[in-house]
Design a protein. Structure first.
Length: 136
């Protein structure tokens, strides 16, 4: 048997702000909150996969925001890529910018994806749309 990816942990100064932002971006829900940590997932807390479900098949990984005293210092070594499912890439970029993201230039040139930063300056990319009628 192999391991399963269960959580992606994000160090941050304001877990509440980060959980709120990423819940809005991904349509996730808070499934755990304690001692400053907040975990979000694509399911409700009462629908958390069981240990047996994890052993049987891959389940969606959660995002866990944990408090640290310092802010981000350098470019991320790991980042998230997201794709809109019901609108164009440009419409999704506008929506996510309105939620508090900002455009960033990390020397990416002019790729097909758009590089943004979340409220604590962690870079992430919006890829092409997966909507049936979207051009990008």
């Amino acid at each position: 048997m192999t391991s399963r990816l269960r959580e992606i942990v994000v160090d941050c100064r304001d877990p509440q702000l980060m959980a709120q932002f990423w819940c809005a971006v991904l349509d996730y829900h808070v499934v755990y909150q304690d001692e400053g940590e907040i975990e979000i997932a694509p399911y409700q807390a009462d629908a958390r996969p069981t240990r047996e479900a994890w052993r049987r098949a891959v389940q969606p990984a959660t995002l866990l925001f944990g408090p640290v005293p310092e802010g981000k210092q350098v470019k991320n070594r790991v980042h998230l890529d997201v794709s809109p499912i019901d609108r164009t890439q440009a419409e999704e970029v506008d929506r996510v910018l309105a939620l508090g993201a900002r455009r960033v230039d990390i020397g990416q040139g002019n790729p097909s994806w758009v590089v943004l930063a979340d409220p604590e300056d962690n870079e992430f990319c919006i890829l092409n749309s997966m909507a049936l009628d979207a051009e990008s």
